[in-house]
Design a protein. Structure first.
Length: 199
């Protein structure tokens, strides 16, 4: 297992993308793993671009929180088109866990730009040497939180499981939302067990 692991997450405001990185950060702290968490919240209103950079295994303050291009071991995306903004940050061989939700940006709504389809995104990931793990939004029941479902898939289909067990993450989720702990943990487990699609 490598002692370092860099995660680049992207999505749009309102999806809970920052919560994914926050949960991983808390799990790292509990296990005594060095962690740097650098969220970008300036456009976090509903529909605005959101990203976070998470670096595991490095002492806080001794390393830049920013992941360089070609430096991420894992890309997590909760919006299909936003995935394209993250591709250049992935290493060759990086895992991409992509939830194929669609939130059309202004340029697309105004007819000034096309919206990419799943196969275009898959092609760019493949060209960058990445490994795509695709989550179909239609497979997620409406009563489940998409970010926790996605986090479950991340833990099952990436090298993150070398750092944390399911139980480590479930404990953070249960402690964070005590009143709905059972349903949230069930959502995480459903994502962990999900059959991801090949495009």
């Amino acid at each position: 297992m490598s002692e370092y692991f860099d995660i680049y997450t992207v999505g749009v405001g309102g999806q809970g993308i920052l919560t994914i990185s926050d949960i991983i950060t808390l799990a790292a702290v509990e296990k005594g793993i060095g962690v740097n968490f650098f969220p970008t919240k300036g456009m976090a209103q509903r529909g605005g671009f959101v990203k976070a950079q998470l670096r595991l295994g490095r002492e806080q303050g001794l390393y830049s929180p920013s992941i360089s291009e070609g430096g991420a071991d894992l890309i997590v995306s909760m919006e299909l088109s936003e995935t394209l903004k993250a591709v250049r940050y992935g290493k060759r061989g990086a895992d991409y866990v992509v939830l194929g939700l669609r939130w059309q940006p202004t340029a697309v709504m105004l007819g000034k730009a096309p919206y990419p389809d799943e196969h275009q995104v898959a092609g760019e990931i493949s060209a960058a040497g990445g490994i795509l793990h695709y989550l179909d939004p239609a497979d997620i029941p409406s009563y489940m939180r998409g970010n926790l479902y996605t986090l479950g898939a991340v833990c099952a289909h990436s090298r993150l499981k070398e750092f944390f067990s399911c139980e480590d993450i479930e404990r953070i989720i249960a402690d964070r939302w005590k009143k709905v702990a059972e349903s949230n943990v069930a959502t995480f487990r459903a994502g962990y067990s999900a059959s991801l699609k090949t495009l």
